[in-house]
Design a protein around this ligand. Structure first.
Ligand code: COA
Length: 425
């Protein structure tokens, strides 16, 4: 069976995380993804956080599966010539260099579309136009400037970053959607276009419920926040809400049996209104079903801490999995806190291809996260990440149609780099 993006050729000029997640996603859907890397070192993440000596890091291999790698020194005149050749035969060019880098290299949007009017040029930058547009940005800077950090953590503590890479991978996802949308529009207009996604914007998009709450603050306290029941007044901006649910159904993280020794022995518990009666029965507080102080969602808002403390007394008598099993019988929404170890070993995630084991010539087998988006007619087939420059010759001959003489000419020019060893950490 063919893949959804068969026939789409991507010039992948991305590095680190945000851009590579975008192009890996497109490659999983079947696009031919040609990763252009600097000779000698390649994507800097190949050598970062290495766990196996002389093998590409997991940082790199988990973000660059299903791609081909070509090394080109794009500051070398012959390298520029090669890049121009690739621009002419690719449908999409993706990059996430620092602001101005592509222009300095001689590949401004004007130049790129002059070379190929059908091409889509897609970029991730830290910020959109404005005071910070020239700044370089990494994940946590985006989390801090996009509203995530100020609303994550506990009220009495400092802002916190989250483990989810919402700035990098989140923006990569946004960019991928922009690219396929532009490809769709091209089927009608025949023209390419510029697609940009700023990390600050992407994070804010993912934090939109907090912007919702900022506006609600003007009309009174946020009653579903635990601090309301604790009698703590609200300031001018949305506060950090600990483990509050963020929605209309209050929730909290509760200890389960074994929490004293297992840092992940916890369960997220949601007191969804339609199952309030069932919750009361399970925890042995049947009186709360009719007690006017507890019977309605509004009445409960001022007592959330006390309610969750009581539910926790029950969850502490069960393991997180036992609690989940019991609660699910009553349709009570809850979820165990799963550690990375538990996720890595989860059989059902392996079966669906969300966690995949692949073999790599230098590092052996490694686990990676497969495509979380499942298409019935285009199942993803996760392949290992390429070695640096593994496909250089193949791309010159297959994609650019070079003969042996021309390949030799480019090799000898130095534009493809020598067979230098990988950079040390
Ligand atoms: N051949 C020759 N030179 C190359 C090359 C190649 N194949 N590939 C890259 N380069 C050069 C570029 O021309 C540029 O050189 P210049 O500064 O002299 O113009 C340099 O390598 C890359 O610069 P830059 O992208 O700024 O890298 P950096 O390591 O200094 O910064 C980031 C890294 C991530 C901070 C920066 O790229 C950035 O802000 N990107 C946008 C936001 C983003 O995606 N951040 C998240 C990353 S996960």
């Amino acid at each position: 069976m063919g893949k959804a993006l068969d026939g789409v050729r991507i010039l992948d000029f991305t590095h680190v995380q945000s851009g590579p997640t975008c192009t890996q996603l497109l490659a999983w859907f079947g696009a031919d993804c040609i990763k252009v890397e600097r000779p000698g070192t390649g994507d800097i993440t190949r050598g970062q956080l290495r766990d196996v000596p002389n093998a590409d890091s997991l940082y790199f291999t988990m973000l660059n599966g299903n791609k081909r790698s070509i090394t080109i020194d794009t500051k070398h005149p012959k390298g520029k010539e090669l890049l121009e050749g690739l621009v002419k035969v690719c449908d999409v060019m993706v990059e996430n260099f620092g602001p101005g880098v592509l222009d300095r290299m001689g590949f401004s949007w004007e130049r790129v579309r002059q070379l190929n009017p059908r091409i889509i040029l897609a970029s991730v930058k830290g910020f959109g136009p404005g005071p910070y547009e020239d700044c370089k940005v990494y994940e946590n800077v985006a989390q801090c400037t996009g509203g995530s950090a100020s609303t994550t953590g506990f009220r009495e503590g400092p802002p916190l970053v989250t483990g989810a890479q919402i700035g990098d991978t989140g923006t990569g996802l946004h960019l991928a959607l922009g690219i396929v949308t532009a490809l769709y529009q091209r089927t009608k207009t025949g023209r390419g276009q510029r697609v940009t996604a700023a990390m600050q914007d992407g994070v804010l998009n993912l934090c939109r419920v907090k912007l919702r709450d900022q506006q609600r603050l003007a009309h009174g306290p946020l009653k579903e926040y635990r601090q309301y029941g604790e009698g703590v007044s609200f300031g001018v901006a949305v506060p950090r809400a600990g483990n509050d649910s963020g929605g209309g159904q209050p929730g909290w993280i509760l200890k389960c049996k074994g929490w004293e020794t297992d840092p992940d022995s916890y369960l997220y518990f949601i007191t969804q209104a339609p199952v309030w009666g069932a919750i009361c029965k399970v925890i042995g507080e049947e009186g709360w079903i009719t007690d006017p102080g507890y019977a309605t969602p509004d009445a409960r808002l001022s007592k959330l801490k006390a309610i969750f403390d009581r539910i926790e007394k029950w969850t502490m008598t069960k393991t997180k999995f036992e609690a989940m099993e019991i609660l699910n019988k009553y349709d009570i929404p809850c979820g165990p806190i799963l550690s990375m170890k538990e996720l890595a070993e989860d059989e059902s995630l392996r079966k669906t291809g969300t966690v995949v084991e692949v073999d790599h010539p230098k590092r052996g087998k490694y686990l990676t996260v497969g495509n979380p988006i499942k298409l019935s007619d285009s199942p993803s087939d996760v392949k290992r990440a390429p070695l640096l420059g593994e496909h250089t010759e193949e791309i010159l001959t297959q994609v650019l149609g070079f003969d042996d003489k021309k390949v030799r000419e480019f090799k000898e020019s130095g534009a493809l780099g020598g067979a230098k060893p990988m950079a040390a950490e």
